[in-house]
Design a protein. Structure first.
Length: 145
């Protein structure tokens, strides 16, 4: 079966993102390393779309994304980026972390606009059992605030 929504190989652009996206990525790395969630809204568009592995439907808006990331990063330990890959408008960032004694691997797919602000942020992680543990603990912390 052919899926008419699939990109043709010729339509896929890879390489170094535009300068504003490169600056945005540098700021994202700074925020994540410093856990500086109060600065994150300045890096996001008003209508940013955030997709996490614990929910099918995306979340919209700065405040929601900041609250979720603050809760998730309060659970994660030893978070580090391993590699990144570029497209014309963003990056795929491979990471690892721990949740308790369990190791977690994942990728962030991050899109930037021409001003270097994040427009779309999708997180994909494995293994599923650890993702469920992370989602449950982060959910408890979100509910407590």
């Amino acid at each position: 079966m052919a899926d008419s929504n699939l990109h043709l190989a010729a339509d896929i652009q890879t390489g170094l993102p535009h300068q504003a996206a490169q600056a945005g990525l540098k700021e994202w790395h700074r925020i994540a390393a410093a856990l500086d969630w109060d600065s994150l809204p300045e890096l996001l568009t008003e209508d940013v779309v955030f997709r996490n592995p614990a929910a099918l439907e995306p979340y919209h808006g700065k405040a929601t994304m900041v609250a979720i990331l603050r809760a998730v990063f309060s659970v994660l330990q030893d978070f580090k980026y391993l590699r990144h890959f570029g497209t014309s408008t963003g990056y795929v960032l491979e990471f690892s972390a721990r949740v308790g004694d369990e190791i977690l691997f994942g990728v962030d797919l991050v899109e930037f606009n021409q001003e270097g602000k994040i427009t779309d942020f999708m997180v994909m992680m494995r293994p599923a059992s650890t993702v469920l543990t992370l989602a449950a603990e982060a959910g408890k912390r979100l509910a407590a605030h």
